[in-house]
Design a protein around this ligand. Sequence first.
Ligand SMILES: Nc1ncnc2c1ncn2[C@@H]1O[C@H](COP(=O)(O)OP(=O)(O)O)[C@@H](O)[C@H]1O
Ligand SMILES: [Mg+2]
Ligand SMILES: [Zn+2]
Length: 372
Amino acid sequence: MALTFYRKYRPKSLADLVGQKEIVEVIKNAAKTDRLAHAYLFYGPRGTGKTTTARIMAKIANCETRAEDKKFHDTGEPCNHCRPCLEIDSGHALDVIEIDAASNRGIDEMRNLKEGIKLSPTSYKYKVYIIDEAHQLTKEAANALLKTLEEPPEHAIFILATTEYDKLPATIVSRTQRFNFHKVPLKLLIEQLERIIKVEKIKSEKSALELIASSAEGSFRDAESLLEQVASFEKEVTLSGVESVLGKVGLSKTGSLSRSLLEGNLEEALRFIEETDESGSNMVQLTKDLIQYLRRVLSLSFDPNIISIFERELTEDELKEMKEQAKLIKLDKHIPLIKSLIKAYSEMRYSPFPIVPVEVAIIENLGEKVSK
Ligand SMILES: Nc1ncnc2c1ncn2[C@@H]1O[C@H](COP(=O)(O)OP(=O)(O)O)[C@@H](O)[C@H]1O
Ligand SMILES: [Mg+2]
Ligand SMILES: [Zn+2]
C-alpha cells in the first residue's frame, strides 16, 4: 500500500523540520557537542513535529556514521543511511521503544520499562524510550517513570511528548529538558502542501490549498491528511472540492459575505446565504466563520497593529481585504449585528432550520422595513 502523505513526508532530518527553528537550533548544538540529555519533554499542539523530532533524536543518538565520521558529526544531523538510521525510520529498531500512553495508559509498558531499562541496548548505543501522550499515564505508571527518571542509566534517553503540558505531574516535568512546539503559521503550511503536490504531481488551485491549510489550524498532519483525502477522489484539488469535504466555505467567501453586510447590501447577503445553504454547506459553520471574521475586522478598526497577530493565520490577500473592511465599520450598526449573529449561532445549533436564525439576524439589522 502507498504510504499516507503524513508518513511519506515525515521529516528525516532536523533541517527538514518546518517552523520549529529554536528547537532545531538547540538540538543541533547538543548533537554537535554530544551533550544529549537523558530526558526530554516535547509539548505543544498536535501535528507540529513532536514524534518526528523524537525519532530524529533517536537517530542522532545512535547513528553510526556520526560516531565514525568527524566531519559528518559536525553537521549535528543523523546520516539516514546507516543501519540504525534506517531501522529507526522504518520503525523496526529494537532499542527505540515507542509507548502510547493513551491506548492502555501504559501500565504494562511501564512495568516492562522498569525491567527492561536495566538491560543494555541490544545493538545500539542508546535505548530510546518515546512516550507519547505522556499526560495520560496512570498514577502508577507515572510513579514508575519518575523513579526511572530520577536515576536514568547511562544508556537510556527518554522523550516524553504531550499535547497537554499542564496535566503532567510537576515532579516529572522538572526532570526533563523542555521544548515547546508551536502551531505553524499558515504560510508555512501552505508552502509544505505546495511541495507535496509538486512531488505527487497533483494539480491544485491555490485557494484550495489555502483552505486546507487554514482548516488544519497549525497542524501539518491534519493539512496533509486532508490534502490526501481530497486528492484521492478528484483529479484536481479545487476549492469547491475542499469546501464540500469540509462542509465549509473558503475565507474569501466568508469575506465577501462580511463585506456585503458591512456595506449594508441586504439582498446580496441573503442571496449568498441561500446559495451556500443550497450547496450543502454547514450553516452553523458559516455563521461561526462569519462571526470570527467580523470580530477580526472590528479589532482591526481599532488597532491596525493587531494585524501582526492575524498574520500567522491568514494569507496576505485576506489580510488586505480585512484592512479594507475595517474602514467600513460603524460601531452603532455593526456591534448589534455581531451580537445578533452570536445569538443566532447559539439558536441555530439546535434548530431544524439552521438557516432561519442567521437570516433573521441579518434582516433584523439591515432591513429597512424594520421599524425600530
Ligand atoms: N515541523 C514539521 N515540519 C514538517 N512536517 C511536519 C512537521 N510537524 C509535523 N509534520 C508532518 O506531520 C506528521 C505528523 O507529525 P508528528 O511529528 O507525528 O506530530 P505530533 O506533534 O502530533 O507528534 C509528520 O509525519 C509530518 O508529515
Ligand atoms: Mg505524536
Ligand atoms: Zn546514521
